[in-house]
Write a protein that binds this ligand. Structure first.
Ligand SMILES: [Zn+2]
Length: 143
């Protein structure tokens, strides 16, 4: 088992998507498979047709026991979660995100201070990232 001590939050920077879509995008970029461990859908998969049941739906990406490819310098010790969207996330996505975070924080004994946005990682900040395009400080107060 690898040592997991933080959770890094991302957005897809796309208006639609799911694990299948992101897997193909990441393979095109030269990764082995999807870089994230979890994806939370906004209701729009690749066909761009809204499906209520897919709004807030959690999908599993890369196996959690395998290091992700989402935050250079932090991959080996973190879990990567991606919300589909640019900055316009749904209430259903945030509800599912908070539920998942509480579960993971308990399972891996991760304090709330170590639930961070991509922009708060060393490499993300150095790269001028704004991902996941919402205020993670506000989210932490709700965990
Ligand atoms: Zn990111």
């Amino acid at each position: 088992m690898r040592k997991i001590d933080k959770i890094v939050l991302h957005c897809s920077a796309s208006s639609f998507g799911d694990v299948d879509t992101i897997t193909s995008w990441h393979i095109e970029r030269g990764f082995e498979t999807i870089g994230y461990h979890y994806v939370i859908l906004n209701g729009y998969r690749k066909n761009r047709k809204y499906l209520e049941d897919d709004n807030g739906l959690l999908e599993k990406g890369r196996d959690i026991d395998i290091a992700g490819a989402h935050a250079r310098g932090d991959n080996s010790t973190s879990i990567g979660i991606c919300l589909i969207g640019n900055s316009d996330f749904t209430d259903e996505q945030f509800t599912e995100l908070k539920r998942l975070l509480k579960e993971l924080m308990e399972s891996y004994n991760i304090p709330v201070s170590r639930v961070i946005g991509h922009y708060e990682t060393v490499s993300g900040a150095a790269g001028g990232k704004s991902c996941p395009n919402f205020n993670v400080d506000n989210l932490r107060t709700e965990l």
